[in-house]
Design a protein around this ligand. Structure first.
Ligand SMILES: *Cc1c(COP(=O)(O)O)cnc(C)c1O
Length: 437
């Protein structure tokens, strides 16, 4: 029997002595044999926890269940599992039960920004559409940890249609992000149907899928799946690698198939204490990603979801990592570091500072080496007054329809024709005092 490596062979035969390589590589088989309890985990990796510890693990999975695909399990090094990045992302830690005060059940207020079940509409032109409540592997650092294992079901067609109807009736939505759960847990035909429904909506310009399958179950990326996805261009896929060790031959093969099908690939990494909070690990990760034609997209500061305190790093760690990448390596290998604002403010980019001073005609910048430099600004620049009358402007847009009149947020303060001078949060004490006068 030919199985990729010794570890995989042992695990596969332990699950079923008659296993074949085609079983191992079948995603259905992998999901069916996902590890859902501590004893099976111990047995398959030949590890024995002490009684006390096992009790704590059992307590933890009562609140936050466990599920690990045999494939992902096989990436754990049993000889040094305690520090293993795969182990830490997939195996429960009793620290998950420590809920600290700053943590919130739904830190991103996704449930509040939901106009219909399944849709989170936060930004002007794009929505998050939850089309699956299931995952093949339960990431311990999941931002939607509150929901993991809750309702292991796939929304039925009526539920999906509520979402597509909302999108249909909301012409400002040009970008639909399919998420979950993991959308690739759906059968090909069902996903095909959803994508067809979305393609039929004229104002939907692009669809993206967020999936961790290339990481935790690369065998899900079958030729049939890829043939189906290809019919629905322009389609983008974002995946979620957190550590260079997750990029195996099997995941490379999955990424190759997707890239060959013309699907632009991105990656979202979560900064996790004890897993990837190291500039060298991150640099290796982004290099391996671009080698596999995956563009590092976001590096997330760990959310304030309950049970994640042991994973959280200071923001300075993320800045230090970005500092070690910008200028040091290919520009397109550098992700944008973001904090998803608690309360539903959306993703806010944070960066090291490169603009260190400014006068009326010069900006002072520093580069990655510490070189400090002056950039001389133009002596004469004739700004074009913008009243959004694009048809009569010297700058040619000449695109129909050019009728975007609404300004949002900071854009409003920068604009020529909107008279707003400041954005003031509502209900501040200061404003309250004014009203009293
Ligand atoms: C992340 C996110 C998006 C997509 O944001 P991009 O910056 O365009 O990738 C859309 N909606 C919600 C609710 C999100 O959290």
């Amino acid at each position: 029997m030919q199985i990729y490596n010794k570890n995989q062979k042992l695990i596969a035969e332990n699950i079923n002595p008659d296993v074949s390589i085609s079983n191992w590589k079948s995603w259905g088989w992998q999901i069916k044999h996902s590890i859902k309890d501590i004893a099976t985990f111990e047995n398959l990796l030949n590890i024995e926890f002490d009684q006390n510890l096992r009790k704590q693990f059992d307590e933890t999975i009562k609140k936050f269940p466990i599920s690990i695909t045999p494939y992902y399990l096989s990436l754990i090094d049993p000889d040094d599992y305690e520090n293993d990045p795969i182990f830490k992302q997939s195996f429960p830690s009793p620290s998950e039960l420590i809920i600290n005060k700053s943590e919130i059940n739904d830190p991103l207020s996704e449930d509040e920004d939901s106009p219909v079940p399944g849709i989170t509409h936060r930004y002007p032109d794009r929505v998050l559409f939850h089309i699956s409540n299931v995952c093949s592997m339960y990431c311990r650092h999941c931002t939607r940890k509150r929901k993991v294992g809750d309702k292991d079901s796939i929304p039925d067609k009526n539920e999906i249609l509520m979402g597509t109807e909302y999108i249909q009736n909301t012409p400002s939505v040009r970008d639909v992000l399919l998420s979950g759960g993991d959308p690739l847990m759906l059968p090909d035909e069902y996903l095909d149907w959803i994508l067809t429904e979305l393609n039929a909506i004229p104002h939907v310009e692009i669809v993206r899928i967020g999936t961790r399958m290339p990481v935790v179950l690369p065998y899900r990326i079958t030729d049939e799946l890829v043939e189906m996805l290809k019919k629905h261009h322009p389609l983008w896929i974002n995946t979620h690698f957190n550590h260079p060790r997750e990029i195996t031959n099997s995941s490379s093969e999955a990424l190759r198939k997707l890239a060959d099908a013309g699907i632009p690939l991105g990656n979202q990494t979560v900064l996790l204490s004890g897993v990837n909070d190291c500039p060298r690990i991150m640099k290796k990760l982004v290099h391996k990603l671009v080698q596999n034609r995956v563009r590092p997209y976001y590096l997330y500061q760990c959310d304030l979801s309950e049970g994640l305190s042991h994973f959280r790093t200071p923001v300075g760690k993320g800045i230090e990592i970005i500092e070690s990448l910008i200028g040091h390596t290919s520009g397109f290998a550098v992700p944008t570091y973001v904090i998803d604002a608690p309360g539903g403010g959306g993703k806010i980019p944070v960066m090291p500072n490169y603009l260190i001073s400014w006068s009326t005609n010069k900006v002072i910048l520093r580069n990655y080496e510490g070189v400090i430099t002056a950039y001389k600004e133009p002596d004469e620049y004739k700004p074009i007054f913008c009243d959004r009358d694009c048809d009569n402007c010297k700058l040619q847009l000449k695109l129909e329809p050019a009728d975007e009149y609404k300004f949002i947020g900071i854009e409003k303060l920068l604009s020529d024709f909107d008279q707003t001078e400041s954005l003031v949060p509502e209900n501040t004490e200061r404003m309250g005092r004014r009203e009293d006068e």
